[in-house]
Every structure is written in structure tokens, then in C-alpha cells.
Ligand binder design. Structure first.
Ligand code: PLP
Length: 386
């Protein structure tokens, strides 16, 4: 490929089949063929999240932040108490949104690169009972993977609702929404789910819908109110006409193709591929002499890697990497931003893609003046992939 390869934690590289949907003539949002596509996309989203038929998917025009807003606006009432499991930048955003809708936030914060364990959550909830627990599945600012299964189980001991920001995890990290007791799992189109930016996606449990139905106060956001969107999602799934706001027609068509590609591969295979590619990247980085921001590889994400710059190297080196064929991202967590960079390897990413990224990092490091033996990172990655 002559253009550099986009390997940041979203947007990612999309498949040719997905991109060709974007260039098709835009049908009416009430065209029967489009109604069928929207209905399929809702069904497939629920399947990708491993949720049962009584779970309600929403596909909204907006970014991942809108999906966060939609979950919180509908499930938090003034005075509700929320415990925010804080593993970095996007957990802080979740706390801000909860406060915006009148919720009272208790932060349970991990140092950058650390996570929160179920025992820590149990202790925090014992001190401070909460109506709601929010979790960032993969914190994109630190590359930390949080134990959604373990934390949800603890939240359920207290009957708290669980909202999980899966924007950098959905359709990549293992996640079983119904089996794990997740009440809302949400994501954005441009990350591992593999569609250009512009859709906020969420799936709500029957308990979440019951909490929303029992609200005493109106939802504080007009656009996010499920009262408008639920009938629309139900109509499309029943293959009927519905209108509240015009859906992002081409993006929904592209999403439907991407979801089918994910389901054709199979969820277990998708989860396993992300583990394999991540292990290869992390082995390659270690072989080049780099440490990584997650303090323990046992809680490192499989959708991205966050290597620390070696001695004498800073973000300036990313332009050499780009010239060598890979666009990577700088740091994001405000406390440690200048110490690390980020490589995304999610969605349709393949073995060839991660080798491209590692090769570009090796060559970029040499150009920036850091002595790394040619091929050492690639050899370590190949050994994992073999
Ligand atoms: C990217 C990201 C978001 C924000 O999504 P936008 O589409 O940029 O609004 C939220 N949470 C996490 C974990 C993310 O990675």
C-alpha cells in the first residue's frame, strides 16, 4: 500500500467491503431495503455483544461520547449515586457525564497503568453503596484492560446497574454481556467494530430498561432520550417504518457489513485473534528494549499497545515511523502523556498489519538515533505468530 497504514486506537483501517458501502447511492431511510439492513444491523449488534433477545440495541448517529451520554442520560437521575471505576482519561469523561445529569460520583481511581480489582470494588461499595457502577473496559489512554466479568459480579452483589464503556474493546476483547451481567455495553463505530466514525452503539439489558421506565424525572437530554429512540429501534427490527431523526444511512449499511464479517469469523475466533496479535506486538516491543505503560501484562489490553519511549526518544520519532509506513498515536493520559506512544491493533487487523507496524517502529527508532538491531522486534513477533 502506498499510503501509510493507520494503526491508532481508532479510527482504524476498514475493510474494502465496508468502505464500498460508504460510496453507494444513499437510499431513503424508509426504503424497504434499508429497513431490512437496519433491522439486521440491530440483530447482529446484539449477537456480537452475546446478549439475548430481550436486550435492546440502539444505533445512533454520533460518536462514542454520544453512546456514553445516551446510557447515562437515561439511567442516572438527580441524586443517584455512581461509582466510577477510573482507569484513565475516558473514565474521567464518564464521571463528568454522570455529574452533568445530577448523579453523585465516587471515583475509585487506579494509578496510570494500573487497574481496579473486584476486591477493591467490593471494599469501595461496602463503604459507599451505589445505584450504578461504570467501568471502562479498555482505557485507551493507558492500554489497561479491566476485569469486566469480575467487577460486574461484585456490582450485582449490591444490585447496582453496570454501564461499561467498551469503545476500545467491543468486538475484540472477550465480552459476554448477558452472562457477565452488564446492563449497558456501549461502543463507537470507528474502533474494533470496523466502520468509519459517526455511530454510537449501545445494548441495554431488561434491568436497564426497567430502571429507565421507572424514572421520576424526565431525561435531561432531548437527543439522547430513549423515549424517542426505543420505538424507532423496535420499528426497524420489526421491519417497519419509524422516524425520529434521520439515521446515518450509509454508515448503518457499512456497519451491517462489518458486523456480518465479525460474525462470519466467529466471536471466539475474533477474541483469540486479538490476543495473538497483541502478544506478537508486545513481544516485539519488549525485544526492542521497550517497557510498556500497563504495569502488568496480565491486565494489558489486546486492542492497543502503549510502549514507553526508550531513553533519548520522544514523540518526534513518530514522524519517522509514519515515513516508514505506519501512523501511530502519541500519549493521551494527562499525567504520563509524554512518556509513551500508542499502537492500535484491532478490528480487521491481520498478522501482516502488526508486522508492518513493528517494522516501521524499528526503522523509526534507528532513524531517531536509538540503536536497535534490525529485525529483532520482528523476529520476536514472528515467533509468537508461528
Ligand atoms: C474513543 C473512546 C471514546 C470516545 O469515543 P468518540 O467516538 O471519540 O466520542 C470513549 N471511550 C473510550 C474507551 C474510547 O476509546
Amino acid at each position: 500500500m502506498s499510503r501509510p497504514y493507520l494503526m491508532i486506537p481508532g479510527p482504524i483501517e476498514f475493510t474494502d467491503e465496508v468502505m464500498s458501502e460508504m460510496s453507494r447511492p444513499t437510499p431513503s431511510h424508509v426504503d424497504p431495503a434499508f429497513i431490512e439492513v437496519f433491522g439486521q444491523a440491530l440483530e447482529r449488534l446484539r449477537t456480537v455483544f452475546l446478549a439475548g433477545p430481550d436486550y435492546q440495541p440502539f444505533i445512533l448517529a454520533g460518536s462514542g461520547t454520544l453512546a456514553m451520554d445516551s446510557a447515562v442520560a437515561n439511567l442516572v437521575e438527580p441524586g443517584d449515586r455512581a461509582l466510577v471505576v477510573d482507569t484513565g482519561y475516558f473514565s474521567q469523561r464518564m464521571a463528568d457525564i454522570v455529574q452533568r445529569y445530577g448523579g453523585e460520583v465516587t471515583l475509585l481511581s487506579a494509578a496510570p497503568g494500573e487497574t481496579i480489582t473486584p476486591e477493591q470494588l467490593r471494599a469501595a461499595l461496602a463503604e459507599d453503596a451505589c445505584d450504578l457502577v461504570t467501568i471502562t473496559h479498555v482505557d485507551t489512554s493507558t492500554g489497561v484492560l479491566t476485569d469486566v466479568k469480575g467487577l460486574s459480579a461484585v456490582a450485582k452483589e449490591q444490585d447496582a446497574l453496570v454501564i461499561v464503556d467498551g469503545v476500545c474493546a467491543a468486538a475484540a476483547e472477550e465480552m459476554r454481556q448477558e452472562a457477565w451481567g452488564v446492563d449497558v455495553y456501549l461502543t463507537a463505530s470507528q474502533k474494533a467494530i470496523g466502520t468509519p466514525p459517526g455511530l454510537g452503539l449501545l445494548v441495554a439489558s431488561p434491568a436497564a430498561l426497567a430502571k429507565w421506565r421507572g424514572r421520576k424525572h424526565p431525561v435531561g437530554s432531548y437527543y439522547s432520550d430513549w423515549g424517542y429512540w426505543l420505538p424507532i429501534m423496535q420499528a426497524y427490527e420489526a421491519r417497519k417504518v419509524g422516524y425520529f431523526g434521520t439515521p446515518a444511512v450509509n454508515l448503518v449499511m457499512a456497519l451491517n457489513v462489518s458486523l456480518q464479517q465479525i460474525l462470519d469469523e466467529g466471536m471466539e475466533q475474533v477474541f483469540a485473534r486479538h490476543v495473538l496479535l497483541s502478544n506478537a506486538v508486545k513481544a516485539g516491543l519488549a525485544a526492542m528494549g521497550m517497557t510498556q505503560l500497563p504495569a502488568d501484562m496480565a491486565h494489558a489490553a489486546h486492542t492497543l499497545s502503549c510502549p514507553c519511549y526508550p531513553e533519548g526518544i520522544d514523540a518526534g520519532f513518530l514522524r519517522f515511523v509514519r515515513a516508514e509506513g505506519a501512523i501511530l498515536a502519541g500519549g493521551l493520559h494527562p499525567v504520563v502523556k509524554s512518556k509513551y506512544f500508542r499502537i492500535g491493533h484491532m478490528g480487521a487487523a491481520s498478522r501482516a498489519d502488526v508486522l508492518t507496524a513493528l517494522g516501521a517502529v524499528e526503522a523509526g527508532l534507528r532513524q531517531a538515533g536509538y540503536a536497535v538491531e534490525p529485525g529483532v522486534g520482528l523476529a520476536a513477533a514472528q515467533a509468537v505468530l508461528a
